[in-house]
Design a protein. Structure first.
Length: 377
């Protein structure tokens, strides 16, 4: 089945309430979506993680050379795109372009074969996926501690069993924020914190010791993603598990992370690190190091659906009767692209999202909203 077209769309929407984390602020959401069409008219959708206009340029650069290829041969197409960009993009945003096309091809293949993507990936191990709520960013005005505690409680009221909040404001403010959230949600709810590489080693260690007292499930990106030696040192000096990987690309990036003993939990982003094709290789590598995967996921329902299908196929590690289930990130911050453009809008129940057995990724794009959102921002 020949590829007829590969198109990229930048969709954007302004936010009602801007928010920030340790690196920058958001006042709009913007993402590049990719549509691959084959000769019988069937289409597949993908999404890239990273600056949308740059991802779009990458997709448009790659498109002419894959038009005419057999859409069913995803591995062959992936390798072609990889070799076409290797000299310039061993990591970084061009890999988000490849990821976006790769995810669209998996969606397309599922539709052509009338099989869900999880079947193509090897078969789901579970019918519902445990998700955790990502939120609790920094906002202007009012009492931040109280706002974070109230937001955390709202996720617990929605049934979430695990939550992730931002740190990286300042050590003193982080301590107050984490204590406030922990007090609000009690000890039974899992809590993770994410610094987005805001700290140096001494600061991260100081905060890590505070986190140990607050029963934190993981400390995410405490240090710069370039500081492999720092991660190793920090991980050895703290009891709280260390998580990172959203800034790593390809299996080779994760090899560096694992060989240097940097993390307890690896967080590849399917829409950035090389797509579903590459995350299967990263999964095999992580298994060989006995390292748990908890994919990073920040985007529309396409990214989330790809995450669901992937996580449904993960084997529990280590295996036992009372398994520790893998988890998928569920961003709860304001995102009209996620909540309007893609159907279905995923809703958790009791902290889990039900798997779909619809062909492909099981999602649909509203064509009118695609046009409307493509013209904004
Ligand atoms: Mg993060």
């Amino acid at each position: 089945m020949k590829i007829l077209s590969v198109e990229a769309f930048v969709v954007s929407q302004k936010l009602d309430a801007p928010f920030s984390f340790s690196q920058w602020s958001y006042d709009q959401r913007s993402v590049c979506l990719t549509r691959v069409k084959v000769e019988d008219g069937t289409v597949g959708w993908g999404e890239g993680y990273g600056p949308a206009s740059v991802v779009k340029s990458g997709v448009e650069m790659l498109a002419p050379s894959i038009i005419g290829m057999n859409a069913m041969e995803i591995g062959r197409i992936w390798q072609h795109m990889y070799l076409k960009t290797l000299d310039f993009s061993r990591s970084g945003v061009l890999l988000a372009s490849i990821s976006s096309i790769d995810i669209a091809l998996w969606d397309l293949k599922g539709k052509l074969l009338e099989q869900p993507v999880h079947s193509l990936l090897g078969g789901k191990r579970r019918d519902r996926i445990q998700v955790y709520a990502t939120g609790m960013y920094f906002t202007e005005g009012g009492n931040l501690q109280q706002k974070l505690a109230d937001e955390a409680q709202s996720y617990v009221d929605q049934g979430f069993k695990r939550l992730k909040m931002k740190v990286g404001h300042s050590l003193a403010q982080d301590r107050r924020n984490v204590e406030s959230v922990r007090t609000a949600i009690g000890d039974e709810v899992g809590l993770m914190v994410d610094a987005n590489h805001a700290y140096d080693f001494k600061e991260a260690r100081e905060l890590g010791l505070v986190l140990e007292d607050q029963n934190i499930a993981w400390f995410e990106e405490p240090l710069s993603p370039e500081d492999y030696a720092g991660y190793r040192r920090l991980r050895r000096s703290l009891k709280v598990p260390i998580a990172a990987g959203e800034c790593e690309y390809l299996v080779y990036g994760f090899k560096r992370l694992f060989e240097r003993e940097c993390v307890d939990i690896a967080q590849p982003d399917i829409c950035g690190t090389g797509g579903l094709t590459e995350i299967l290789r990263i999964t095999a590598l992580a298994r060989s190091f006995h390292i748990e995967l908890a994919p990073h996921c920040w985007g529309t329902g396409i990214a989330f659906a790809a995450g669901l299908h992937f996580v449904s196929t993960l084997d529990s590690m280590p295996g036992r009767v009372f398994n520790r289930e893998p988890v998928l990130e569920m961003d709860r911050t304001e995102n009209p692209l996620r909540d309007k453009l893609i159907q279905p809008v995923f809703k958790p129940e009791d902290g889990f999202v039900q798997m779909s057995d619809q062909p492909g990724l099981g999602i649909e794009i509203d064509p009118d909203l695609l046009e409307e959102f493509s013209t904004l921002g």
